[in-house]
Ligand binder design. Structure first.
Ligand code: ADP
Length: 255
């Protein structure tokens, strides 16, 4: 069995009185592609934020490379178990959001170079070379000197992917990256994700409503419902053959 790079063990998360996650167990293997589906408010983004280390669990354990990220202080509050490890983990995670989050005052090329220069401490020349390679890979070599406002939504999302990939992440997180796009721009963004999935260069966790895409790329699909992983299996098992009534009713909205 391949060693997982991430393990959630009985992870709970509450905001005040509100229990969002009620015991999540999840292993992510290197190069594994996992899609998380589920109704709005079921806690999908909360799981992504925990994977990004932006949110600590209320209880339970999150291991990355066998080291626990958080520990409980006496007052019951979770704090980083090891700040250095947490920073390392952050460096291994690439993230693409629904709303691109590009720096509007910087060119496309400069947007990509920020991480390599400031986080990876690459020289300007190295960062430029790596960023140009990535922008070429996502088909934007013609647009490197433009500003985000000059690009379409699909192009902006491809920049966001190049910017994440240039950091050579071990895990890429995609949170509804096509939801804000006009339908005709969805395809070009999925094509880049498909390409990343095919290389196996990184593990991928995708929150998505694109069920056909999940069927095509996911090794595993998780249906999150009411704070638990209510169904888990291959994409075909979960999306096409599950007998779970709540899942079936959720899926009817996308068919
Ligand atoms: P999903 O991504 O499945 O739509 P989320 O993880 O965004 O769900 O949110 C799950 C629930 O947790 C929602 O009801 C949301 O309002 C609540 N929630 C998320 N973050 C916070 C927060 N920082 N404070 C209070 N409630 C939150």
């Amino acid at each position: 069995m391949v060693e997982p790079i991430v393990q959630f063990k009985d992870v709970h998360k509450s905001f005040g009185e509100f229990d969002v996650l009620k015991g999540i167990d999840l292993n992510i293997a290197p190069s594994e592609k996992i899609c998380i589906i589920g109704p709005s408010g079921s806690g999908k983004t909360t799981i992504i934020r925990m994977l990004m280390t932006l949110e600590e669990p209320t209880s339970g354990d999150i291991y990355v490379n066998d080291a626990n990220l958080w520990k409980m202080e006496r007052a019951g509050k979770m704090v980083p178990a090891n700040e250095k490890h947490l920073r390392q983990v952050r460096g291994d995670i690439g993230m693409v959001f629904q709303h691109f989050n590009l720096f509007p005052h910087m060119t496309i090329l400069d947007n990509c170079m920020v991480g390599p220069i400031h986080v990876k401490k690459e020289s300007k020349d190295e960062a430029k070379q790596h960023s140009e390679e990535m922008l070429k890979r996502v088909g934007l070599e013609e647009h490197m000197d433009k500003y985000p406002s000059q690009l379409s939504g699909g192009q902006k999302q491809r920049v966001a992917m190049a910017r994440a990939l240039v950091m050579k992440p071990k895990i890429m997180l995609f949170d509804e990256v096509t939801s804000a796009l006009d339908p005709e721009l969805v395809g070009e963004v999925l094509e880049v994700i498909r390409n990343i999935a095919e290389t196996g260069e990184t593990a991928m966790v995708l929150v998505t409503h694109e069920m056909d895409f999940a069927l095509e790329v996911a090794d595993r699909v998780l249906f999150l419902d009411d704070g638990v992983i209510a169904e888990s299996g291959t994409a075909s098992e979960v999306i096409e053959h599950s007998e779970n009534k709540r899942l079936q009713s959720f899926l009817r909205r996308f068919r």
